[in-house]
Ligand binder design. Sequence first.
Ligand SMILES: Cc1ncc(COP(=O)(O)O)c(C=O)c1O
Length: 343
Amino acid sequence: MVKSLGSDNHSGIHPKILESLTKVNYGHSPSYGTDDLTQEVRALFKNQFGPSAETFFVFNGTAANVLSIKTFLKSYESVICSADSHLNLDECGAPEAIAGCKLLPLPSPEGKITVDQCREALIRGGDQHYSQARMISITQPTELGTLYTYEEMKSLAVFCKENHLYFHIDGARFILAAAQLNKSFKELTEDIGVDVLSFGGTKNGLLFGEAVIVFNKEKTKDLKFFRKQCLQLPSKMRFLSAQFKALFTNELWKEISMKECSMALYLAEKINSIKELEILYNVQVNSVFVKLPKAWVKPLRESHFFYIWNENDWSARWMMSFDIEKNDIDQFVDKILELKGGA
Ligand SMILES: Cc1ncc(COP(=O)(O)O)c(C=O)c1O
């Protein structure tokens, strides 16, 4: 079977995650997170992220982001984020429609925003005509497959504290960041002063499920109610909890991350010398962004599906799932070489 390079949610469920679902599929259990397993897994999150971490499972990543904003901000407040962020480009205006807050998108050539840019964006404090910046949201790893360094994360966190801003991380693929930066989840969140994290599951081998992790005690009680109001309270919660437990067991998250990142590097190395292809960003996690000849797009996509990231310059994203193997990449590169031969 030819595998897709479209996204890390094109693959199926990781076998160990699937096993965790069948294991929990017996008898009856209380609903809405009041079951023992969910309590156990929420404690597990505290072990991983620090004692202040309060975890709320939700169905999808867009909801995790929107709930993070809704819980922390008032409707006259705004979120500084990257113009390339999922929040800004791929949530169909959900932050504005549901959290009711404005986004302040900043240009981010490599998917990252800087402290200097945020400082420049912090204008008109107290001006009743202007939406008040109250949160910085970064995506880690970014939508362009790059990583904020640990120091960059810390500087943004310090800047937030100095300027009474909340710090949110969209971590749909946060496991990749922790693995690649070689830091614990706690070091990348509670220790540096993150207020709220959208922690991904679906892109990382789960059937579905994400977690909103709040590090700010005052806000946890609000999130509980907003989650329900926003239609995101899963009733058979134990099936989400079981999957996250499996993700942490024996550091499955690290195994998945290392594999995906090494496959992206393998692809990047194999195509590096093909002059028709331009690798656009540092390959730091599980995706390779390339500019490719327009004529190659259709035949390549017919064999291995992928997304065109920018229709104006025909750049594409090739993304690795946990089950992409070297021979899948070899097959894909052979197809590229076939096209090159015929060019
Ligand atoms: C960085 C990032 N954040 C959030 C999401 C949202 O996830 P969902 O599609 O589950 O709403 C995605 C999904 O592509 C993503 O890539």
